[in-house]
Design a protein around this ligand. Structure first.
Ligand code: UD1
Length: 426
């Protein structure tokens, strides 16, 4: 087991390469199950969730080839699912990563049956899959849940339908979309998610021959086709990773250029950071984030579906608000249990009171280094960020959470002057 050790108080200066978006890459990898031809995905991030999806797709019969050398920008994964040899997604892999549920739609629509383990709860809330299952039922699947597994069958294939999601779900939209590409006739998804990762998925599906309209809006029209072909696609840059490092600059101070970061994917986040007193400029290569002030201003933040402030940056912005001037109200509207980082931040001297979905943060002059425990991916990075600005040494335990979604986190921060290292725990 490893922990990450941070000596706080160093300003950041330099450049950070933003990797490809994990949350775009995962559904794109699942989409490779829809065709027997090659899917070539470039800008694949080197993170554990991608390896987990690779293991799962291998069980289903996909083969992989990693091409184009070492840098993440050039890393290309060639996936070929010529024949589906197994339609069971086992508990051991699904429990590691909820996004495994994304193989359900593709397996069902291509093979007419699939058995996928229920992902179960996780540290950020109950996270049910009812909307995934109801959408597939609307497309004609018979679904039963038995002994922890989803058994889905569509003997005569899936049939297009009108689906009205009761609330917005990224994963359910992706599963329904993937399934509908090969269903007979037209599917309309109302109240669909419009996150950039969904637009990226649709762009690739269209290259594969899928007929889809409405990407980036809340209504998607999918005209089912008989088969899909191969495609080459470059994954969008990770807006959550870019937002995380922009917030890091706010906490540590300094100036960092985020290479390949895209303003259009981060509008709300950037406007919050500008209100807090950061300077952010577009450059030829990405975004430059500058924090000259010793103490930034408190800002109220409410998470929501895109284009609102992403829930995946809520923990990180809270770390920033903990050392800002004034009071901030942070409202979590997507996941009910996503304040697991709060007790850990409080151990570092943060002043936070939770009431339901609201966190009331009173900015402190500074935080103090402590030994803290990571509970999930974004919570753990929020603790690392807090450590960058804290006085003394912070040790973040259970860093395997970080490795699920951040490529070379310590290296990227170290290159900008942070005193951060990974230490083996005996
Ligand atoms: C995806 C992202 C995750 C991000 C989240 C919200 C991936 C791999 N993960 O997760 O990083 O935090 O979007 O932007 O892309 N819900 C139900 N029933 C369902 C499905 C969802 O009630 O069948 C609820 C969830 O509990 C949650 C809300 O809907 O309260 C939104 O969740 P959803 O958008 O589905 O998140 P994920 O796709 O799991």
């Amino acid at each position: 087991m490893y922990k990450v050790s941070i000596q706080g108080g160093r300003r950041l200066k330099g450049a950070i390469q933003i990797s490809g978006a994990k949350n775009a890459a995962l559904p794109l990898m699942a989409a490779s199950l829809l065709t027997e031809s090659d899917i070539k995905l470039s800008n694949i991030p080197e993170v554990v969730d991608i390896a987990t999806m690779q293991s799962l797709l291998t069980i289903h019969g996909a083969s992989f080839e990693l091409m184009n050398g070492k840098t993440s920008k050039k890393r290309t994964l060639l996936i070929r699912a010529k024949k589906i040899v197994n339609t069971v997604a086992p508990y051991d892999l699904v429990r590691k990563m909820r996004a495994s549920i994304l193989v359900l739609g593709p397996l069902l629509t291509r093979c007419g049956h699939a058995k996928v383990s229920l992902p179960g709860g996780c540290a950020i809330g109950a996270r049910p899959v009812d909307m995934h299952l109801n959408a597939l039922k609307s497309l004609g699947a018979e679904i039963e849940v038995e002994e922890g597994y989803i058994h889905a069958v569509a003997k005569d294939g899936l049939k297009g339908a009108k689906i009205n999601f009761p609330s917005v779900s990224v994963g359910a939209t992706e599963n329904a979309l993937l399934a509908a590409t090969l269903a007979r006739g037209e599917t309309v998804l109302h109240n669909a998610a419009s996150e950039p990762e969904i637009v990226d998925l649709i762009n690739c599906l269209k290259k594969m021959g899928a007929k889809i309209e409405g990407e980036g809006t809340r209504t998607l029209h999918i005209q089912g086709v008989d088969c899909l072909c191969g495609a080459e696609h470059k994954i969008i840059p990770d807006r959550i990773e870019a937002g995380t490092y922009a917030i890091a600059v706010g906490i540590a101070g300094g100036e960092v250029e985020l290479l390949d970061a895209r303003k259009d994917l981060l509008e709300e986040v950037l406007s919050v950071l500008c209100l807090a007193g950061l300077e952010i400029n577009e450059t030829e290569k990405g975004l430059r984030v500058i924090c000259k002030k010793n103490r930034i201003k408190s800002v109220d933040v409410s998470t929501g579906v895109f284009p609102a402030f992403p829930t995946d940056l809520q923990a990180q912005i809270m770390s920033l608000m903990c050392i800002s001037r004034g009071k901030s109200l942070i409202t979590e509207k997507i996941f009910e249990g996503r304040f697991m980082h709060v007790p850990e931040l409080c151990r570092m001297g943060a002043k936070i009171r939770i009431s339901g979905q609201n966190a009331y943060v009173t900015g402190a002059e500074k935080l103090y280094g402590a030994s803290v425990m990571a509970t999930d991916l974004r919570a753990s990075v929020a603790l690392v960020l807090a450590g960058l600005g804290a006085e003394g040494k912070t040790e973040v335990n259970r860093v395997y959470h970080l490795d699920r979604g951040y490529e070379n986190l310590e290296k990227k921060l170290k290159n900008c002057g942070a005193a951060i290292e990974r230490v083996l725990v005996h």
